[in-house]
Design a protein around this ligand. Structure first.
Ligand code: ADP
Ligand code: MG
Length: 713
């Protein structure tokens, strides 16, 4: 071991090279010592397996060397030759380094502009390989500014030095160094990398072997083989992910029992009497799916999707009442207190004079009151508990929790769901108003069954969306004034609370962005002095927030100035106007959510997007908003504009990060992987068959205990 920690002695490395296995820390790979291993770990590379999966970000293709006599002008060529002579000329603005090389077929000139640095690198007698474009100069073939390498023991004659992967580098590790180290592992890869599938499967699906894939992804002989390598490795990655999801699902369904909730005709009609309208076809379909799930001994694990205002709450309440009718308790959880109290309010609306006992648990609740409430929940006196994530806290105990309803799941993530399961194994219904593109439904939510409400209940007014620039603001204000006079209400939404950027050392101003607090003063005194204008934002005391919301709901407030706290769950049909200031700063999903707050009554609604932006992405976002009202369409666009990486991190959902596959671009592979993974689990749920051993091992290496696979295995 040398001072800098790199293993240098050939003995040690050869021995360890023979012992390489995928889970071995890379420290023992030749050329990597503790210091480099630490640098590598910053790149997320810990083991030999990680090293093999540290994929290039780009590839170079250098042809096999040709003889000098075969060089053709205009072609990319590599030649190997003996350096006959060198020459260096230093002009005032230009320096040129020149070399003549020869092989047994002829000689050729190589020149490098700005070649001063080459004076101590190249000398007659060396053998070099040079690669670049062949040009014709004064009727002679020459190479200009080619890449080159001096061939010696360390760099034997091969195109490998130039070809192959270009790796994402970092401080202390260049792409070339990474390539060299990966090269050593790659050479051993054929022995290290086990095949997952049988020959007939590979043939049928047109996938190459896993061994070849790892060779070719790092050192592809040509573009075609690179494409094949990518396809195979992407497939494997998606397959393992889907297998993890399939197993997670299998485990929930087969290793835990839930209390079946039976829906009789009597229960059904009693629940339906609670709603002052007929349920839509979509709502009925969803309810049928949910009721079927809940009638089983295995816990329901279902995602209920539907645009804002599509009527999910009603469906969820049906499920809740079904659970209560079966003498179990229900927990309804929302991401924010505002949304929780909104749920509680809608429930109250439907459950007036009902014997079902329901409570709202909020963070502000303390002391004796809280203790009393918890006691009632524990004794089973309370049927429905509404609250925020705080409900997950350990000190809330249920007597018989039969159903958990989680709203806006994308803000929770898988882990919270898992946490809930620790207590009991209730049925679980997850609601989301962010329409989830198919790709995400199959990955981030891939272990759930999905019910969708596509069409909103009848009697919704249309929403007209306009993009307003600076000159037209006053016109928009006048238009809004007319609506307010007609007793309609308006939301003004801002990207931030104050213009002072919190968290910067000197409280810097960000003057580009209008802020709710300042604009509230301006709107209430200068623009709409004759109306009641109130402020609502997340940092206000909870009590005050509730008060403002309740007054807005009652129509006592005409204009509500707020931050995105109104994004979720506020239901005021008389509010028909929404102004979104700095609309270019919001994501598409967010804009769509915000806009969903209006158009809830029968009257026509108007959404004004105030924005000045040069950004193309922001502009296309705003254009989509104007064109479309369909949440799914918007979500697909969003995913495409931003890319899946930004929209959701797999890790956040308890899935390993994708290193090579992309759920949007590789959708076809994803579909195929999902189908095969779920089939495999249904045939061999424990993956105990010999032919599945390699897959199981790879899965455990990838997910570890995150999926609780160890006890499945
Ligand atoms: P979501 O939870 O999907 O945002 P809600 O369940 O809150 O939607 O419903 C939005 C509004 O539509 C509520 O005012 C609700 O009373 C009403 N609503 C729901 N279902 C129907 C229906 N089938 N017919 C008429 N109105 C409905
Ligand atoms: Mg709702």
């Amino acid at each position: 071991m040398s001072m800098d920690g790199h293993t240098t002695t050939a003995e040690v490395s050869e021995e360890s090279q023979n012992r390489l296995d995928l889970s071995m820390p890379i420290q023992y790979v030749k050329g990597v010592g503790p210091a480099r291993a630490e640098t590598f770990s910053k790149l997320g590379v810990e083991t030999v397996g990680d090293l093999l999966e540290y994929y290039p970000r780009d590839w170079n293709f250098v042809p096999e060397p040709t003889k000098i006599a075969q060089m053709q002008p205009g072609e990319d060529t590599a030649v190997i030759g003996l350096v006959e002579s060198t020459d260096y000329q230093d002009y005032r603005r230009q320096s040129i380094f020149e070399a003549i090389i020869s092989d047994d077929t002829g000689a050729c000139r190589i020149i490098w502009f700005h070649g001063r640095y080459l004076r101590n690198q190249l000398e007659p007698g060396q053998i070099i390989m040079a690669s670049g474009k062949v040009t014709l100069y004064k009727h002679q073939l020459q190479l200009t500014n080619p890449k080159f390498v001096v061939l010696d023991e360390e760099h034997p004659r091969s195109a490998e030095y130039f070809s192959g992967g270009v790796y994402p580098a970092c401080k202390g590790l260049s792409s070339r160094q990474i390539k060299k180290i990966i090269g050593r592992v790659r050479e051993a890869a054929d022995k290290l990398v086990p095949e997952f599938y049988g020959k007939s499967f590979l043939k049928k699906t047109n996938l190459i072997s896993r061994k070849d894939a790892f060779q070719w992804i790092h050192l592809p002989p040509d573009e075609e083989k690179l494409a094949q390598a990518k396809r195979r490795l992407k497939y494997d990655e998606l397959f393992l992910m889907q297998l993890g999801l399939a197993l997670r699902r299998y485990k929930v369904q087969h290793f835990s029992a839930a209390r079946p909730c039976i829906c009789t005709d009597e229960i059904d009609s009693r629940i339906r009497k609670r709603f002052p309208f007929l349920l839509t076809e979509d709502q009925n379909d969803c309810i049928a799916e949910i009721a079927a799930d809940m009638s089983r001994h295995t816990p329901m694990n279902r995602l209920l999707q539907g645009d804002v205002g599509s009527g999910k709450t009603v469906v969820a309440l049906y499920a809740a009442l079904l659970a209560v009718a079966n003498r179990t308790q229900v927990a309804i959880m929302a991401p924010t207190e505002i949304l929780a109290s909104q749920h509680s309010l809608s429930i109250e609306r439907y459950l007036r004079n009902s014997k079902v006992k329901r409570v709202l648990v909020m963070g502000g609740l303390t002391g004796k009151k809280r203790t009393e409430l918890l006691k009632q929940i524990k004794s089973g006196e309370v049927d429905i508990v509404v609250g925020t994530v705080a409900l997950l806290q350990a000190d809330i105990e249920f007597k018989k929790l039969g159903l958990v309803i989680i709203d806006e799941q994308h803000k929770f993530g898988v882990e919270q769901r898992a946490q809930l399961r620790k207590q009991t194994t209730p049925h679980c219904l997850v609601m989301t108003a962010t329409p989830i593109p198919r790709t995400l439904a199959m990955t981030a939510f891939g272990d759930l069954d999905v019910s969708v409400i596509k069409h909103s209940p009848p009697g919704r007014g249309t929403v007209i969306t306009r993009w307003v620039d600076r000159q037209d603001r006053l016109k928009a204000h006048e238009f809004i004034r007319e609506r307010l006079k007609a007793k309609k209400q308006a939301y003004f939404v801002y990207p931030r609370i104050t213009a002072v950027v919190l968290g910067t050392p000197y409280g810097e101003q960000d003057n580009d962005v209008r802020a709710a607090t300042d604009e509230w003063k301006y709107l209430s005194t200068e623009v709409f002095p004759e109306f009641t204008v109130e402020l609502l934002h997340g940092q206000m005391p909870s009590v005050r927030k509730q008060q403002v919301m309740s007054e807005f709901r009652k129509g006592k407030i005409d204009v509500l100035v707020s931050t995105i706290v109104v994004e979720v769950g506020v239901d005021v049909p008389n509010a028909t106007i929404m102004v979104i200031e700095g609309a270019d700063r919001f994501g598409l999903a967010q804009l769509h959510q915000l806009r969903g707050r209006i158009g809830r009554g029968e009257a026509k609604s108007y959404c004004f997007l105030f924005a000045e932006t040069d950004s193309e992405i922001a502009q296309s976002r705003l254009e989509i908003m104007i064109r479309s009202n369909d949440g799914f369409e918007i979500a697909e666009h969003d995913l495409r504009l931003r890319g899946p990486g930004e929209m959701f991190s797999t890790r956040q959902h308890g899935l390993p990060d994708l290193k090579i596959a992309n759920i949007v671009d590789d959708f076809d592979l994803l579909v195929m992987a999902r189908k095969n993974a779920f089939e495999l689990v249904s045939q061999d749920p424990m993956l105990t068959k010999t032919e599945h051993r390699n897959i199981r091992q790879a899965l455990l290496a990838k997910f570890g205990d995150a999926l609780g696979l160890a006890d499945v295995a």
